[in-house]
Design a protein around this ligand. Structure first.
Ligand SMILES: [Zn+2]
Length: 395
């Protein structure tokens, strides 16, 4: 597996962007897949009429279902799934590994469950319904498609693929969660039955395996029961579900490394399921993975002096840059806000600056939730400008 990780670039689908994927792009790529190897089915349409596909391969008895991008603004796993198609359909030195997996598993993949949301890079579908809160009412066409497909197939394992924001830390450490896993609970008391146990076993092995690439950057998502979510309801229906959240790794703004991590995580999961290796691990090892906590800001400025009414305060400032999408140019831009002021000693910044002996002047527009634009002085000279959440030295 490590060898495959090392040569991953040759499977990376250059036609699929990591940060934004259009439905048109995936349709084109799906149509080009080898029909002798992949069985492609149109399984329904989004509310706005876009085709939703399932791609099936493998001839084994153990059934796997994976879907991505039920949240339109979470594309990382979609790109990794296309890399995975390339891996399985390439004739190379890893044929034995592929053969072994494909003899044991029948794999069903639904890339981009929410194409209407994906088109405008938003979480919800075109009626602004969060599909992952619609698993019971099934009012959205997209939720309906997924639920019916899963109940007809009754897979042994289901992979629910998401992105999470970059603010999650592993436990209380200053390491970002590059990936977070969850074996969704079945009820409010978070009970564990055999179905959930199997998910925990796979995740425990995944954690061991991924540590060689991102040691300390793997977290466990909080397992609060969400009665309206798919993972929780699938688990209740007897399907072992594994939720993978693509997080953030330092300096990987475009998430290409996380895409690669996703690719290898799914591939490794398929291997340990096909070999039933997960059966040899104690499910309780799942709880050794630290829970994630939202402890990061994009930018933290520490120990600033705030002058106000002849009083001096020493404060930290936490800034968050929210990523926005321009539908016309298909590019991203940031809208940044001051999200916290005061003692931020329990938090971290993806970027941090110690600004002891620097000061800011109290102004009307300097407040939590205001735009992150202000000037920082030293010896009464304006030497730093914070402009839309980015630090710019003025000399
Ligand atoms: Zn999501």
């Amino acid at each position: 597996m490590k060898n495959i990780f090392d040569v991953y670039e040759k499977y990376k689908d250059s036609g699929i962007r990591t940060d934004f994927i259009s439905h048109q792009q995936i349709t084109k790529t799906i149509n080009k897949l080898d029909k002798n190897f992949f069985e492609i089915s149109l399984i329904g349409n989004s509310i706005k009429g876009k085709d939703i596909y399932s791609i099936k391969f493998g001839k084994g008895k153990t059934k796997i279902l994976a879907w991505s991008q039920m949240h339109g603004d979470e594309p990382t796993a979609t790109s990794a799934l296309f890399d995975l198609f390339n891996f399985f359909s390439t004739d190379d030195e890893f044929n034995e590994i592929k053969k072994e997996i494909l003899e044991e598993l029948e794999i069903h993949i639904i890339p981009m469950l929410n194409p209407d949301g994906a088109e405008v890079y938003k979480r919800e579908n075109s009626f602004n319904i969060d599909l992952n809160r619609d698993a019971v009412l099934l009012q959205s066409d997209e939720s309906n498609i997924l639920w019916k497909y899963s109940q007809k197939l009754k897979p042994d394992f289901a992979f629910n693929l998401h992105d999470q924001n970059s603010y999650y830390a592993v436990g209380r450490s200053n390491k970002t969660a590059a990936v977070s896993f969850l074996a969704p609970p079945l009820d409010y008391s978070k009970s564990i039955n055999y179905t959930r146990e199997k998910s925990m076993q796979v995740i425990a092995l995944l954690n061991d395996f991924l540590s060689q690439f991102v040691n300390g950057h793997i977290a466990r998502y909080k397992d609060d029961f969400e009665p309206r979510a798919f993972g929780d309801n699938l688990m209740k229906s007897g399907i072992s579900t594994i939720l993978i959240e693509s997080g953030y790794f330092p300096k990987d703004e475009n998430k290409d490394f996380i895409r690669k991590l996703n690719f290898i995580s799914i591939l490794y999961s398929l291997q340990i399921i096909s070999r039933r290796e997960y059966q040899n691990i104690f499910y309780g090892k799942y709880f050794d993975i630290p829970e994630n906590n939202e402890l990061f800001f994009d930018l933290v400025l520490r120990n600033l002096t705030l002058n106000f009414n002849y009083r001096k305060f020493i404060i930290d400032i936490g800034i968050k840059r929210s990523k926005k999408f321009n539908v016309t140019s298909k590019t991203f831009y940031y809208e940044s806000k001051i999200s916290a002021i005061g003692d931020l000693s329990i938090y971290y910044g993806l970027e941090e600056f110690d600004l002891t002996n620097h000061e800011i002047l109290f102004e009307e527009n300097f407040a939590v939730d205001s735009d992150a634009n202000f000037i920082i002085y030293k010896n009464e000279l304006p030497i730093i400008e914070i402009k839309n959440g980015f630090l710019i030295k003025k000399e």
